[in-house]
Design a protein around this ligand. Structure first.
Ligand SMILES: [Zn+2]
Ligand SMILES: [Zn+2]
Length: 920
C-alpha cells in the first residue's frame, strides 16, 4: 500500500492543526520565505499595518487571505519577495481602549494616572495583541516573516516621520492655523478630514426656527433656522442668499423676513415680496444677553451656501462653532465666539449655559427662547452628523490651533501619480481622484498623549525649530546627554528635552501635540525599506508592486502613502492597488456588536477550518461584499472540498488495491483514450485560466475554474472510469498538479493531498507543496475542440437522462436506442451509449429515446438489479473486495448467469427461497 489511509470524514480543523504544527516545527516556512532570495525577478508587496488593538476579526481574515494568496502565487512563480507583516501600534485608538480598560473618562484621568504609566500600558497593549494576531494569522495559513514584523511605534518609524516633517517644512508646506475643527469631547482632540469622513452617522435632532429682532424696528424680525441649538449663544451673523426671492410675511402681530419658498412651506401665506438686497448689512439683536455677546457686531450677510429648500433661507452663523461658518467668518473678518472647553462644556460668560455639556443644552435653549418670545417652532430633523470614529461620541466643533500640511501645491502632483497606478477595480482610482480634489490641508496634530511626538519647537520669539533626526535634536538640545539617555521617543520622556532657540537663545519646549496616526502608516514604504540607510535596497523594493486593503483606505492609508511618496520623491508608492469590500453576515447584514451577528475569528477558524474561510473569501470578487457564516462554509465544504476529497480517496484506495505506485514516466502527449485526453486538456485549461485570473487579482474566477474542474474530474471522469486500472498515473499527475495549483488558496488541504501523494502522512516528509513551483500549462495539451465536444456529449446525456426519468425508465434498464441532434464522432457517441445505457445512438431532428422494452432488455435489467443487490449484501456482510462468494437466489435471467458470477466474484449460483450471499 503506497498511499496512507485518509479518513472519509474531512475534519478540516483537525487536519489543519496537525499540518500547522508540522510547518512550524520544521524549516518549511523559512525555506518558503527564502526560496527565491537569489532570484533576479522581484515582487514587492507592502503590508498595510493591522491595528494591534484587539483580536483579529473575521473581516481582517479576508484581506489577510488575499494578501497571502498573491504572495504565495508569486513565490511559486519564483519571484524574490519580502514577507514583512506590519502592526499599527500608536495613536488615539490605542488610547481609547486603554482608557476603557482603566475606566478613564477624560484627559485628567490620564494625567492623574501618570503619563509614563499610561504610555507603558499602551505599549503593553499593542505588544499583547500583536502577538495574538500573529498566532491568529499563522492559523489562517499565512506564511510571513513573523520575527521581522514592523511596528509603527518603533523609534525607526517615528524618526522617519520626523525626517518627512522636516522635508515638508523646508518646502514651506507646514503651517499652524486656527480653525473650527470637528472635535471629540471625550477624546478631547480634533479630528482630521479623513477621520471625520469615517464617522458620519444618521441621527435625529431637534432643529429650531427662531426670530432675530432687527435693530431699531418694532415687530420686524428675521426668521432663522438651525440644527445645532447649542451654537445660538455664539451667533455672530445671519446669512441669506440673494439669488432667491425673499418676502416680508405677517405672523400674528409680527413681520418676518424669510425666503419665499420657505414662507410657503411654513404656511406663512400672507406676505409681500421684497428686494433681498435691502436685508444685507442690516443690524439685528442677539437672542442672548450674555457677557460673551457683548460688543459683537451682528448683521445680515450674503452667502451662496444658503439654500431655502431647508429651513427659512436664513442661516444662523457661529464662526466659532463650525467649519463652514468659520470660513465665512474669516472671509468677513467677523467676530468669533468660541464657547466650549476641550470637554465640550460651556465656558464662563454664557449665562445659564455655562458649565453645561453642549449636547445637553437644547431643552434649556428652547425654554429660554420661549420665555423671550424668540421661538417660532421646533421640528425634528434627521441628518448625517459626525461622530468620533474611535469612541463613537457625538462630535462638536471648536476653535483650535492645529498643525497642517498644506495641500494645494502637492495636490496636482498626487493626482498625476495616482493616475499612473493600476487600481483594482478601476473605480477606486476615480475615488482617489475625487478624494484628492476635495483634499483639504492635512491636519497632522492631535491634542493627545500616545503617538508620534511632533518634533516642533515653537519659541515665544516666533522662531520655529523642526527637528528631523536624533542627531539634529542633540545639536540643538540644551542637554545633549539627555537625548542619548531617552528611553523612548514618546511622551512624557521626549518632553523633558528642551532645545535652545537658534534666534534668541531661549530654552524652548516641544509643542505638546502628537501626530495623526496616518503619518505612522504613510511612512511605511520608506521606513521599512531603509530609505535613509540603504538607498540600493530601497530602490530594489520601491515602489511596491502590490498593496491590498479595504476600500476605505483610499482616503486613509493609500492616501497617506501617496502623500509621503509624492512629497519625498514625487512618485507613486505602489503600482497595483487591490481594494476589497466588507465581510457581512449570512443574510448580507453588516456585522455589528449591537446586532450580535458577528462571529469571533477563533471560533470560526476552529469550526469551519481556515481553508473553508479562505475559499469563501476567494469566491467573491474582491470589491464585492462577502456574506460569511457557518452555512456558507458548509456549502463550500459540501460542494467543493468533499468532492475533491472523495475523488482523491477513491483514486488512492483503488491504486492501493492494485498495489500501484508512482514511478513510471508519464507523458500526457501519449494518451490515446478520448476521455483521458479530455481530462488532460481540462486540467491544462484550468491551469491557464487560474494563472491568468490570479495575475489580474481575480480570485473569483480562480475558484470557479477550480470548482468546475474538480466537478468534471469527479462527476464525469472518475464516475465514467470507475473500473479502470490503467489510469492511475494519469490521476496521480492530475492530483499533483491540482495540489500545486490550489496551494495558495487552500494551503492546508493542498498540503494534505500533496503529502499523501508522496506516500507519507503529514509530519514524515521534509517536502511541502509550498516549496513547489507554479504548475505550467502546456498549450499543445489544450484541445478546445475536444472540450467543446465533451460538453455537447454531457448535455445530450443530461437530456436523455431527463427523458428516462419522465418515462419512469431507470438508468439500469438498457434501451434499444436514443436519438440526438448533434453530429458527433464515433468516439463521442460511444461515450453517450455507455453513459445513458442504450444499445445505439442515432442522429435525428430531436432528442428522444426508444422506450420499447424487449424481453432481452428486461432480462438484462433484472441481471443488473441482481448484481447490484449482491454487491450491497457483500458490503453489508463486510466482505473484502476480493473475497469470493456463493449465491442462492429465487430466480435469475439464465442468459446473464456468467456475467452475474464474474461481476460479483461468485463461484456458483443456486435456487433458494430468498437472495443469500455466503463467503465461499
Ligand atoms: Zn472620541
Ligand atoms: Zn526664540
Amino acid at each position: 500500500m503506497y498511499f496512507p489511509d485518509l479518513p472519509n470524514n474531512l475534519d478540516l480543523p483537525l487536519l489543519e492543526n496537525a499540518i500547522l504544527k508540522w510547518w512550524y516545527t520544521t524549516d518549511i516556512v523559512s525555506r518558503y520565505l527564502h526560496k527565491n532570495d537569489d532570484s533576479e525577478k522581484t515582487f514587492s508587496f507592502i503590508d498595510g499595518p493591522i491595528t494591534a488593538n484587539g483580536s483579529m476579526g473575521v473581516h481582517h481574515a479576508r484581506g489577510r487571505t488575499l494578501k497571502d494568496v498573491f504572495q504565495r502565487f508569486k513565490n511559486a512563480q519564483g519571484f524574490a519577495q519580502r514577507f514583512q507583516n506590519g502592526f499599527d501600534c500608536q495613536g488615539l485608538w490605542v488610547e481609547v481602549e486603554v482608557e476603557k480598560d482603566n475606566g478613564f473618562n477624560s484627559k485628567k484621568d490620564i494625567s492623574d494616572f501618570g503619563l509614563d504609566k499610561f504610555t507603558q500600558t499602551c505599549v503593553s497593549r499593542v505588544d499583547k495583541f500583536s502577538k495574538i494576531q500573529t498566532e491568529q494569522s499563522k492559523r489562517l495559513g499565512m506564511f510571513m516573516d513573523w520575527d521581522n514584523s514592523y511596528y509603527t511605534n518603533s523609534q525607526n518609524n517615528n524618526l522617519y516621520i520626523w525626517y518627512f516633517l522636516k522635508q515638508v517644512h523646508q518646502k514651506g508646506w507646514l503651517c499652524k492655523k486656527k480653525s473650527a475643527t470637528t472635535w471629540c469631547p471625550r477624546c478631547e482632540t480634533g479630528l482630521s478630514q479623513h477621520e471625520e469622513a469615517d464617522g458620519y452617522k444618521e441621527i435625529t435632532d431637534t432643529s429650531v426656527y427662531l426670530k432675530f429682532k432687527l435693530s431699531g424696528k418694532a415687530n420686524e424680525y428675521v426668521l432663522a433656522w438651525t440644527t445645532t441649538p447649542w451654537t445660538l449663544s455664539a451667533n455672530v451673523l445671519l446669512a441669506i442668499n440673494t439669488k432667491f426671492e425673499y418676502v416680508k410675511a405677517k405672523s400674528g402681530g409680527d413681520y418676518l423676513y424669510l425666503a419665499k419658498l420657505s414662507a410657503e412651506r411654513l404656511g406663512l401665506t400672507d406676505y409681500e415680496a421684497i428686494d433681498a438686497n435691502t436685508l444685507l448689512n442690516l443690524p439685528y439683536e442677539s437672542v442672548y444677553d450674555i457677557p460673551a455677546q457683548k460688543d459683537v457686531k451682528h448683521y445680515i450677510t450674503n452667502w451662496e451656501m444658503v439654500d431655502p429648500v431647508e429651513g427659512t433661507g436664513v442661516v444662523h452663523i457661529a464662526p466659532g462653532c463650525g467649519q463652514e461658518d468659520f470660513e465665512l467668518g474669516k472671509k468677513l473678518s467677523s467676530d468669533m465666539i468660541a464657547p466650549l472647553d476641550e470637554t465640550g462644556h460651556f465656558l464662563q460668560g454664557y449665562g445659564e449655559l455655562s458649565g453645561m455639556y453642549a449636547h445637553d443644552v437644547a431643552p434649556k435653549v428652547f425654554e429660554y427662547l420661549t420665555s423671550t418670545g424668540a421661538l417660532f417652532k421646533t421640528e425634528a430633523i434627521t441628518h448625517r452628523y459626525p461622530h468620533c470614529w474611535r469612541c463613537k461620541t457625538k462630535c462638536l466643533f471648536r476653535l483650535e490651533d492645529s498643525w497642517y500640511i498644506k495641500s494645494d501645491e502637492i495636490r496636482p502632483l498626487m493626482k498625476a501619480a495616482a493616475d499612473k497606478v493600476n487600481w483594482h477595480p478601476k473605480y477606486v482610482g476615480r475615488r482617489m481622484q475625487n478624494w484628492l480634489d476635495s483634499m483639504e490641508d492635512w491636519m497632522i496634530s492631535r491634542k493627545r498623549f500616545y503617538g508620534l511626538a511632533l518634533p516642533f519647537y515653537e519659541c515665544s520669539c516666533g522662531e520655529l525649530t523642526i527637528v528631523g533626526s536624533l542627531e539634529e535634536l542633540k545639536t540643538v538640545a540644551i542637554d545633549p546627554k539627555m537625548v542619548d539617555e531617552l528611553p523612548s521617543l514618546h511622551r512624557p520622556w521626549i518632553d523633558n528635552i528642551k532645545v535652545k532657540c537658534p534666534k534668541c537663545g531661549e530654552s524652548v519646549s516641544r509643542i505638546s501635540d502628537v501626530g495623526d496616526c496616518w503619518l505612522d502608516a504613510g511612512v511605511v514604504p520608506f521606513s521599512t525599506l531603509n530609505y535613509l540607510s540603504d538607498k540600493k535596497y530601497w530602490e530594489k523594493w520601491f515602489p511596491s508592486d502590490l498593496v491590498l486593503e479595504m476600500i476605505e483606505q483610499v482616503r486613509l492609508w493609500f492616501y497617506s502613502m501617496l502623500f509621503f511618496s509624492v512629497a519625498l520623491e514625487n512618485t507613486l508608492p505602489y503600482k497595483n492597488v487591490v481594494a476589497h469590500a466588507e465581510v457581512r453576515d449570512e443574510s448580507g447584514e453588516r456585522m455589528s456588536k449591537t446586532k450580535k451577528n458577528g462571529i469571533p475569528y477563533d471560533d470560526a477558524v476552529e469550526k469551519m477550518g481556515a481553508d473553508a474561510m479562505r475559499w469563501l473569501y476567494c469566491q467573491q470578487k474582491p470589491h464585492t461584499n462577502v456574506n460569511f457564516g457557518y452555512n456558507i462554509a458548509d456549502k463550500v465544504k459540501r460542494e467543493h472540498f468533499l468532492i475533491l476529497w472523495n475523488s482523491y480517496r477513491f483514486f488512492t484506495q483503488h491504486a492501493n488495491m492494485e498495489n500501484w505506485q508512482p514511478g513510471e514516466e508519464f507523458s500526457p502527449q501519449d494518451l490515446t483514450n478520448t476521455i483521458d485526453k479530455w481530462l488532460v486538456s481540462r486540467l491544462n485549461s484550468t491551469i491557464k485560466q487560474v494563472t491568468e485570473s490570479i495575475e489580474k487579482y481575480q480570485t473569483s474566477k480562480v475558484t470557479s475554474a477550480v470548482e468546475s474542474f474538480v466537478s468534471d474530474l469527479s462527476t464525469w471522469y472518475i464516475r465514467r472510469n470507475r473500473d479502470r486500472k490503467d489510469n492511475f498515473t494519469l490521476l496521480h499527475y492530475c492530483f499533483t498538479e491540482l495540489s500545486r495549483l490550489t496551494a495558495p488558496f487552500t494551503p492546508y488541504l493542498s498540503e494534505a493531498i500533496f503529502q499523501n501523494l508522496q506516500g507519507v502522512t503529514v509530519g514524515e516528509s521534509t517536502e511541502s507543496v509550498h516549496l513547489q513551483s507554479w504548475p505550467k500549462f502546456t498549450p499543445e495539451l489544450i484541445d478546445t475542440w475536444l472540450e467543446s465536444q465533451m460538453t455537447i456529449v454531457r448535455d445530450n446525456c443530461q437530456e436523455i437522462h431527463a427523458l428516462r426519468q419522465k418515462s419512469g425508465l431507470k438508468v439500469r434498464q438498457p434501451l434499444a436506442s436514443a436519438t440526438i441532434v448533434d453530429k458527433l464522432d464515433e468516439q463521442f457517441l460511444a461515450i453517450i451509449k455507455e453513459e445513458t445505457n442504450v444499445k445505439a445512438v442515432l442522429i435525428g431532428n430531436e432528442v428522444s429515446i426508444d422506450s420499447n422494452l424487449t424481453p432481452e432488455l428486461i432480462e438484462e435489467c433484472e441481471s443488473r438489479d441482481l448484481i447490484r443487490a449482491i454487491q450491497v449484501m457483500r458490503k453489508e456482510q463486510g466482505l473484502k473486495v476480493n473475497d469470493r462468494i456463493t449465491i442462492a437466489a429465487p430466480k435469475w435471467p439464465k442468459n446473464f448467469e456468467t456475467e452475474i458470477l464474474t461481476k460479483t466474484l461468485a463461484d456458483s449460483i443456486v435456487i433458494g427461497d430468498a437472495l443469500v450471499v455466503d463467503k465461499a
